[in-house]
Write a protein that binds this ligand. Structure first.
Ligand SMILES: C[S@@+](CC[C@H](N)C(=O)[O-])C[C@H]1O[C@@H](n2cnc3c(N)ncnc32)[C@H](O)[C@@H]1O
Length: 280
């Protein structure tokens, strides 16, 4: 009823006009929409390529800058090393020196400060064979993986003169593991001091906190026990392998040069550190 009434009414005529207008305009609208879609897609892909292009260019520029900086750093290191070798009859090379600037030594580090020379301990070294009398690395070898450490020791043997000596100070893994059994007051003091010095959580047991820290923090890669270090030294051809107390050596050139105690505390350093010397 209602529908029939409306049919003859002006509402019905209007709605009929509206729908015919919609029908008449439907083809051009869909063409417009398709064109717009294509345009958007085109713009999107062009801007994508542009972005990719500028990204690749920026990446290339960064790579070139990095390579140039590396080359400059190596060149300047080679010059400093050459100057040191030319001006010293007895040549003493410290690797991973940190803040320990030893007078008369060629003090090097992978992150050198202004008084040090750039040298990556893992090698190869821009240093002639059989040209160095002493090599010293305190708290460094544990920052390299085991294989890298072997490569480093091979380089040391190559550059060392026949009568030369090397000195390595590094945390003793056996001492660290021993904390689980060591009931001595010294062991307890060491663990407490190390926990306080490094802000370790008090939740794990002291030996567990200290051992895990030594394994995973500071960029440590491989910790040595005495037997493993001796085998590594022997395997690359070092002889006369011997231990010395921290800070002490029978060789005057190596006596009193250890400095890590100044950083972490003398007692802490003495407890955990083992020192090895060796010759060719
Ligand atoms: C724990 S600090 C020891 C610093 C100093 N020898 C001492 O005993 O106080 C380790 C040092 O080794 C350096 N180092 C780490 N990896 C190295 C690498 N591959 N070659 C040379 N130095 C490196 C670090 O930059 C840092 O100065």
């Amino acid at each position: 009823m209602e529908g029939n009434r409306l049919k003859g009414s002006p509402f019905c005529v209007r709605s009929a006009n509206l729908s015919s207008a919609k029908l008449a305009g439907s083809a051009p609208t869909s063409v417009n929409t398709t064109a717009k879609l294509i345009l958007v897609l085109l713009l999107w892909s062009v801007s994508g390529w542009l972005l990719l292009g500028t990204g690749a260019l920026a990446h290339m520029a960064q790579h070139v800058r990095h390579t140039l900086t590396e080359k400059r750093r190596r060149f300047s290191a080679e010059r400093s090393i050459g100057q040191y070798l030319a001006s010293h009859a007895v040549r003493k090379l410290q690797i991973g020196a940190g803040t320990n600037h030893l007078p008369g030594w060629l003090n090097t580090d992978i992150e050198p400060d202004k008084d040090e020379v750039y040298l990556d301990a893992s090698g190869p070294y821009p240093i002639p064979s059989e040209s160095i009398d002493y090599i010293f690395a305190e708290q460094l070898i544990e920052h390299l993986g085991f294989e890298q450490g072997l490569e480093m020791l091979k380089e040391w043997r190559r550059i060392l003169r026949g009568h030369g000596t090397i000195r390595i100070a590094t945390p003793n893994l056996l001492t660290l593991v021993g904390l689980f059994r060591d009931e001595s007051a010294e062991a307890k003091r060491y663990a407490q001091q190390d926990i306080a010095f490094n802000n370790l959580s008090l939740l794990p047991t002291a030996p567990s906190a200290v051992l895990n820290m030594q394994m995973h923090r500071f960029g440590h890669q491989f910790l040595y026990d005495p037997e493993t270090l001796s085998r590594a030294l022997t395997s690359v051809g070092f002889r006369s392998i011997r231990t010395t107390p921290v800070g002490r050596s029978d060789d005057p050139a190596l006596d009193g040069i250890d400095s890590h105690g100044k950083v972490v505390g003398e007692e802490l350093n003495r407890y955990v550190t083992m020192v090895y010397e060796a010759s060719k």
